[in-house]
Design a protein around this ligand. Structure first.
Ligand code: ZN
Length: 176
């Protein structure tokens, strides 16, 4: 679970059957499962702690439209900014609630279960929006024009998964 502003959410952030995005120099391409994050602690409180050196080299906090300050992988930030800019320009900013933002860089296992692999949030390449009305297993209320704009900017949407995760958008392609 993660908490932000007192809000608890349960996005699990991925399914093992899907392939992770890959790009030159990406953490995924360098098998970070072994090299970057590491699991510690007893089984019921397992946490993921990426190596500080990797975090310093890849994770950035920047201000973006609608959401304000976000902390994500540097590779994702330009596309996130582009998507949110377009959403604003098309008059859809009110469809994303900055107070219902679930985070981007949040190191964790999928469902906090080590057997299910690492969530893409561990690499800061996924973001959760409008958490309270877009929980797992439901169609979700997030505006479908917002979804379409995210897809245009290279994001895959969790609402398309068999077990839906409509709050979740993850980097699936690099738009250059
Ligand atoms: Zn997510």
């Amino acid at each position: 679970m993660s908490s932000r502003g007192g809000l608890t959410y349960s996005c699990f952030g991925g399914a093992r059957s899907r392939q992770s995005p890959r790009w030159p120099g990406s953490p995924a391409a360098r098998s970070p499962m072994q090299s970057a994050p590491s699991a510690t602690g007893p089984s019921r409180t397992v946490t993921v702690r990426p190596q500080p050196k990797w975090v310093a080299a890849n994770i950035r906090s920047e201000t973006v439209p609608i959401l304000g300050s976000v902390t994500c992988h540097s590779v994702m930030l330009p596309q996130l900014r582009a998507a949110l800019t377009e959403i604003s320009q098309r008059g859809l900013a009110a469809e994303i609630d900055p107070n219902d933002y679930g985070g981007c860089y949040v190191p964790r296992f999928i469902g906090h279960d080590p057997s299910r692999g690492l969530s893409l949030h561990t690499w800061g390449i996924a973001i959760d929006l409008n958490v309270s009305t877009n929980q797992r297993g439901i169609p979700g209320e997030i505006d479908r024009d917002v979804v379409a704009i995210f897809k245009k900017w290279g994001f895959a949407w969790g609402g398309d998964w068999e077990w839906t995760d409509p709050m979740h958008f993850e980097l699936a392609a690099l738009i250059r």
